[in-house]
Design a protein around this ligand. Structure first.
Ligand SMILES: [Ca+2]
Ligand SMILES: [Ca+2]
Length: 204
């Protein structure tokens, strides 16, 4: 069992090595983010042909390499507002915010932490019918302002997915588990893969 865990960690660590800043030039290529598009400082994807309940939306975003959006600032909300207006989707859209675990305590399902930013529609969140635990964003008023509202998690809306990036913390967490020899072995293995990839390139 321990060996299986180590093998998993080894492959995850190899992935981290290849996804390190030394390869960042490729990662900046927009094509690598497909179908996500850059809006402000993040990459997002909204499927205009798919409305889902909140749980399905969360699974859907995970299945394409993302998470339901965790809106962290007014700048991010305004950038999304501009994009939603541009694509003229004109409806309600799910975010990852919810108070499913404890009524009135709104957390990000992506980070597991309290929301760092909220901008509610008037008189919300109101947990209407004691049955509103998931946060949508919707265009409100003549000014078409994107604002948040708690709503029934089983309502079907579009999902705003955000691209999920490995962070430096992900790399560190694996290194803590592996000892120095194993990390050296991984580095050698990664270098071996790089050399093999170069060899195949020269064949082409
Ligand atoms: Ca609630
Ligand atoms: Ca509400």
């Amino acid at each position: 069992m321990l060996n299986s865990i180590k093998v998993c960690l080894i492959f995850l660590n190899i992935f981290t090595i290849f996804a390190s800043p030394s390869n960042s030039n490729n990662n900046e290529n927009t094509a690598n983010y497909y179908p996500f598009v850059k809006i402000g400082s993040k990459h997002y994807f909204i499927n205009p042909s798919l409305k889902m309940n909140w749980y399905e939306s969360f699974d859907y975003c995970r299945s394409i390499g993302g998470d339901l959006v965790n809106i962290e600032s007014l700048e991010e909300l305004l950038a999304l507002q501009k994009y939603v207006l541009e694509i003229n989707i004109g409806s309600q859209l799910w975010t990852d915010g919810n108070d499913l675990a404890r009524e009135g305590r709104y957390t990000s399902h992506t980070t597991g932490r309290p929301l760092v930013f909220v901008k509610w529609t008037p008189n919300n969140p109101n947990n209407q019918g004691n049955n509103e635990d998931c946060i949508e964003v919707r265009l409100e008023g003549d000014n078409k302002t994107l604002l948040m509202n708690d709503n029934n998690c089983f309502n079907e809306y579009y999902a705003i997915c955000q691209y999920r990036k490995l962070t430096a913390n992900d790399g560190r967490s694996f290194c803590v588990v592996l000892d120095q020899n194993e990390n050296c072995m991984l580095r050698n293995l990664a270098e071996g893969f790089t050399k093999a990839a170069d060899m195949f390139k020269s064949c082409a």
